[in-house]
Design a protein around this ligand. Structure first.
Ligand code: ZN
Length: 319
């Protein structure tokens, strides 16, 4: 009860007001310069915060369709939750997923990342996965979105780029190491419980011939070693390596071989190459399996989010 009360205080102390749409920036009510909000009594600010008009129109490029459609963020989100996370997961994990997805979408709002003018696409390798969600059979996704309506994570005055992945390799990866982007809340962190999840470790086996065929685009010298790992990230993923003498990255090799992550180790059995792979996905941000593990341990969605995105704040957008 005390914990719930503290969380409530934390949350209500961090109410945010969007200013204006075009800037994608949030600010806390208490940081407001001399204005009507600052001088307004607390009750007045709360009445604004409780306005039901918490939504945003987003332009989405749906895979397989030529047109960019303008849709309601809150109406779009259940389809993202349903596509991105097993709906059998605990309520708190689904709620964390809803907030992470909402924040990620808002962080891409009006970002110019798509040539067709869309804010977002439904290509999961570029933005987010999405599928048509049914209010009855996918009720858990709708409930997670509704329970967290309008809530986003912020860092400083901007909405956080809350990337996520299926399953980390015991530690999450840092965006700085993996992508060369210094984003303080996307740092490498321990992710408890991931190693106990089904599918944490997988093995992929290639004959030498299959291997050279798969990596042929790297123009490797087949008389050189098939793989030499040069550097790993602090999360354990292969950062750089040589393949038949050709230098490349773990991310590229993962893609060429169809491995579940870049956190891999190679062993040989005669002429056979055995890749032992841990985790699933790029490893940056929230581990969805880790979120489920925390939820099963009794943690709420805000605990999960603030663990995987340290230094961020949970805020509510108000329009
Ligand atoms: Zn995209």
């Amino acid at each position: 009860m005390l914990k719930q009360l503290l969380l409530l205080i934390l949350f209500t102390g961090l109410l945010a007001f969007i200013i204006p749409y075009g800037t994608q920036r949030l600010r806390e009510d208490r940081a407001e310069p001399a204005s009507s909000l600052q001088s307004a009594p607390r009750e007045a600010a709360l009445s604004v915060e409780e306005s039901p008009a918490e939504d945003l129109l987003i332009k989405v490029s749906f895979q397989g369709e030529d047109l960019v459609k303008t849709v309601s963020l809150e109406a779009f989100l259940p389809g993202v939750v349903a596509a991105e996370m097993p709906l059998s997961y605990e309520t708190a994990a689904l709620e964390a997923q809803a907030v992470a997805a909402r924040s990620y979408i808002v962080s891409r709002w009006n970002s110019g990342l798509h040539q067709n003018g869309a804010d977002l696409c439904t290509d999961s390798s570029h933005c987010l996965a999405w599928r048509e969600a049914d209010p009855q059979s996918d009720a858990a996704a709708f409930a997670a979105v509704e329970a967290t309506r309008g809530q986003v994570l912020t860092y400083g005055e901007t909405v956080a780029q809350t990337v996520f992945h299926a399953l980390s390799g015991k530690r999450t990866e840092s965006a700085a190491e993996l992508w060369g982007e210094e984003i303080p809340y996307l740092c490498s962190l321990p992710s408890a419980g991931d190693s106990e999840q089904e599918g944490f470790e997988t093995t992929e086996v290639f004959s030498l011939e299959e291997y050279w065929q798969a990596v042929s685009s790297l123009s490797p010298d087949q008389s050189a070693a098939p793989l030499v790992v040069l550097r790993r990230t602090s999360g354990g993923s292969v950062l750089s390596c040589t393949v038949g003498g050709a230098e490349t990255t773990g991310v590229v090799l993962r893609s060429l071989l169809g491995l579940r992550s870049a956190r891999f180790w190679l062993s040989y059995e005669g002429d056979t190459l055995c890749f032992t792979v841990q985790g699933y996905g790029h490893g940056v941000g929230m581990s969805q399996a880790g979120a489920q593990s925390m939820a099963l341990g009794g943690f709420g969605y805000s605990d999960i989010l603030l663990t995987y995105y340290p230094g961020c704040r949970l805020c509510r957008m108000v329009f």
